[in-house]
Design a protein around this ligand. Structure first.
Ligand code: NAI
Ligand code: MG
Length: 357
């Protein structure tokens, strides 16, 4: 029997709640499937650890994670610690050294969940957004000078490398090629950003020649928001920079019903380090501790993780169970307009996996 080593990092707020719910589901799934086992190690890396020790994770944290086959992550962030410390102290401190350069964000309408867009049915919104996850606007270059003086200055420099753009374009074209519509939209802003994003466009056109069966087009990011709302069915696979895709994928999640159902995979496609799987949402301190966080995003995330681990049958069984549960409005959490709790949804998914509903 194959056993997969999973590092579980709940983090802060509802991150801990949804990861624990997900581990309950995964345990039942592995028992039911019988073909694989999961060895889960929990890490308490979080803002709580930062307050206690001065660091969100040990100095060799990313190195420790190399011993695992995959990482299941919740979210990090609390109201009274600046978000750039938490993000760079934990999430990016994992993604960057493990070179998880492809952030993949599927969005589609789950049964029973309505889009806030009028007249959008299940087939009309089925996208995968590929986010460049290693450089661009979040490369971390920049600084501050003259602190506190009238001439104080702060810079953030976007970095676009040929190697970085080529690999994300190739990943996106290959993904588009694997989907039935073979359709890719390259998001850009090369009218205003006349260096990095001109290189981005140029490399997209070069890589496109390797994929003659993929139809592709180019959209400026501002116009892209309009197209997502007005013509959702015209889109399939999308590739965008770190910042642009960060924003567009929150919009995508909202158009598909709730950020509480949106999953993401931070992939190291060459598999020379483990990949990390997390819901798109943050630690949601407005609802933390109330037991009402929607765990569906994390369950879908776990299905992406199982797919990556080549446990396709288990991934499909999990998604079928999740879809059976979302189809029932009595099992919707408050973000979807219902009154179910995290545990109501979790137990219903477990029952569906066991085949009792
Ligand atoms: P958020 O995603 O935590 O919350 C936005 C809104 O969506 C809130 O009203 C929240 O209640 C709701 N929501 C989010 N997930 C939900 C779920 N599963 N079920 C039901 N409702 C849900 O974003 P926000 O408020 O901007 O950030 C809160 C903290 O999380 C900040 O510290 C931020 O930096 C951090 N954050 C961390 C991320 C990560 O670790 N990957 C990603 C995004 C934000
Ligand atoms: Mg985001």
């Amino acid at each position: 029997m194959t056993r997969h080593r999973i590092a579980a990092i709940g983090g802060d707020g509802i991150g801990v709640e949804v990861v624990e719910a997900c581990l309950q589901v995964l345990e039942v799934l592995a028992q039911r499937d019988g073909g694989f086992g999961l060895d889960v190690t929990r890490f308490d890396w979080s803002t709580e650890r930062y307050r206690r020790t001065g660091a969100f994770m040990p100095e060799d944290g990313a190195e420790q994670l190399r011993a695992f086959d995959a990482i299941l992550f919740g979210a990090v962030g609390v109201p009274d610690v600046p978000d750039h410390l938490t993000l760079w102290g934990l999430r990016l401190a994992i993604c960057q050294p493990l070179d998880q350069y492809a952030n993949v964000r599927p969005t589609r309408m789950l049964p029973g969940i309505e889009s806030p867009l009028r007249g959008v049915g299940r087939g009309d919104l089925d996208w995968v957004i590929v986010r460049e996850n290693s450089e661009g606007e979040y490369a971390g270059q920049g600084g501050r000078s003259h602190p506190g003086l009238p001439l104080e200055v702060a810079t953030d420099v976007s970095i676009f490398t040929r190697a970085g753009v080529e690999r994300i374009m190739r990943y996106a074209f290959r993904l588009a090629q694997s989907r039935p519509r073979k359709l890719l939209t390259v998001v850009t802003k090369s009218n205003a950003q006349r260096h990095g994003l001109v290189l981005w466009d140029q490399i997209a056109a070069e890589v496109a020649r390797e994929f003659p069966d993929v139809t592709w087009d180019k959209m400026l990011v501002d116009a892209m928001t309009v197209r997502m709302v007005m013509q959702p069915a015209s889109l399939d696979t999308v590739v965008a920079t770190n910042l642009h895709a960060d924003i567009l994928s929150d919009l995508a999640a909202a158009l598909a019903g709730s950020i509480g159902v949106a999953p993401t995979a931070n992939l190291n496609p060459e598999r020379d380090a483990p990949s990390m799987f997390e819901p798109i949402h943050g630690s949601a301190f407005d609802i933390a501790g109330k037991g009402v966080a929607n765990p569906v995003a994390t369950f879908w995330t776990a299905a992406l993780m199982l797919d990556h681990l080549n446990e396709t049958a288990a991934a499909n069984r999990l998604m079928q169970a999740v879809e059976a549960v979302t189809a029932d409005p009595a099992l919707h959490t408050p973000d979807l307009g219902g009154s179910a709790t995290t545990q109501d949804v979790t137990q219903a998914v477990i029952a569906a996996i066991r085949g009792r509903n």
